[in-house]
Design a protein around this ligand. Structure first.
Ligand code: 4NP
Length: 149
């Protein structure tokens, strides 16, 4: 079993989409997928309605998800931790306590655009098109991640 954690800031927009998309592409008996936020403002909340809507458009139901905060224990549970942007990446790395833990943390878009350190834009304050763009970026990334697992 491989365990993959998707992390953004609020765990209501980007990482719930990444979780739902990757789950749709892997065998759940082989790959465990979860998501979390580096911030705790939205803990216990459903994903943002705009994330729910764009996921549903592509046949993915993410309404079983509830936001939770990233914790140091996640370094033990997960083999790979994908950050959506540089801020999430740095916040996670600041909690790491060993090189082994640090090595688990990656920027998700480096999977499709290696070494460019590009970021999944935060769509929270943007229009709906932001969510479609985020969906497409994450779908492309998760397709490659699923093939590699
Ligand atoms: P997410 O988006 O990190 O993709 O879940 C955000 C959601 C909420 C906030 C920021 C980003 N917020 O500031 O409340």
């Amino acid at each position: 079993m491989v365990a993959v954690l998707m992390v953004c800031l609020g765990n209501i927009c980007r990482s719930p989409l990444a979780e739902g998309i990757l789950k749709s592409k892997v065998d759940p008996s082989k790959v465990y997928v979860d998501s979390a936020g580096t911030g705790a403002y939205h803990v216990g909340n459903l994903p943002d309605p705009r994330s729910i809507e764009v996921a549903a458009k592509y046949g993915i139901d993410i309404t079983d998800q509830r936001a939770r905060a990233f914790s140091k224990k996640d370094f033990d549970t997960f083999d790979v931790i994908y950050a959506m942007d540089a801020s999430n990446y740095n916040n996670i790395l600041n909690l790491a306590q060993s090189d082994l833990q640090r090595a688990k943390v990656k920027l998700i878009l480096n999977e499709i655009r290696p070494d460019r350190n590009e970021q999944v834009p935060d769509p929270y304050y943007g229009g709906d098109n932001g969510f479609e763009h985020v969906y497409q970026l994450l779908d492309e990334s998760c397709e490659l991640i699923a093939k590699q697992l």
